[in-house]
Design a protein around this ligand. Sequence first.
Ligand SMILES: Nc1ncnc2c1ncn2[C@@H]1O[C@H](COP(=O)(O)OP(=O)(O)OP(=O)(O)O)[C@@H](O)[C@H]1O
Length: 248
Amino acid sequence: MPLLTTHETNHKFIHPEGKETDQQNSSTNVILQLRAVTKTYANGCHALLDVNLEVKQKEFLFITGPSGSGKSTLLKLFYGEELATQGEVIVDNCNIAALRGDRLSLLRRRIGIVFQDYKLIPQRTVAENVTFVLQAQGYTRKEIQRRLEPTLKLVGLVSKANSFPDQLSGGEQQRVSIARAIVGTPPLLLADEPTGNLDPDNSWQVIQILQKLNSFGATVIVTTHDEQLVRRCNHPVVQVRNGRLYQK
Ligand SMILES: Nc1ncnc2c1ncn2[C@@H]1O[C@H](COP(=O)(O)OP(=O)(O)OP(=O)(O)O)[C@@H](O)[C@H]1O
């Protein structure tokens, strides 16, 4: 279960089941921690306000909330795309603000990211889209081949390995983007509205794949607007409203 505080309960972590704990007691197996984080964009927009959150390894967490409430900003802080204006973001025992260049790249290798709009390269096949990051990271051809087939199998796309993105349905494209995110076996998987462009059947298929990865040991954090999908799963939920976190 994630631990969080809200502005109403400053600096005491509240367990969703209602138990209180302090920071010192809650540091075992923690993969992600936000400590009193505020994010103000350059235009003065306060996207997040004094947010505390702690996610343990192997959790599956949903982050919900209305449009513009701060969900994507939260995820961007987790992988260092944005930096906190105040407070600390600790991922895999690393303070994101202290990482530069290579060290940030190394941490990012341990984080898989899935976006609502897939972000596939149109001129590359499914297999190439999934493996180009491994190539850039210097994996051998043999190792890349060893990883490719089981990854495509897991997302049900072995038969589409040589297809191009525009030859695939939206659900298939999203599964390619999941394959790309997991082929390096990162311990942390972040998915920002992964079902936002999909119908209910494809959305459920994506969630089932994420659940399977979670059962293999990955920590999975998913933002979504889809309350029905959240209700269908039995995972902890944190809601963002006006830049603050609430337990549901
Ligand atoms: N780069 C930016 N510069 C300025 N303001 C920004 C920037 N990115 C986001 N915001 C603002 O921060 C607030 C939170 O945005 P964010 O994208 O995190 O919300 P969200 O909950 O993910 O929304 P949605 O569900 O619509 O994607 C919004 O008011 C948004 O306008």
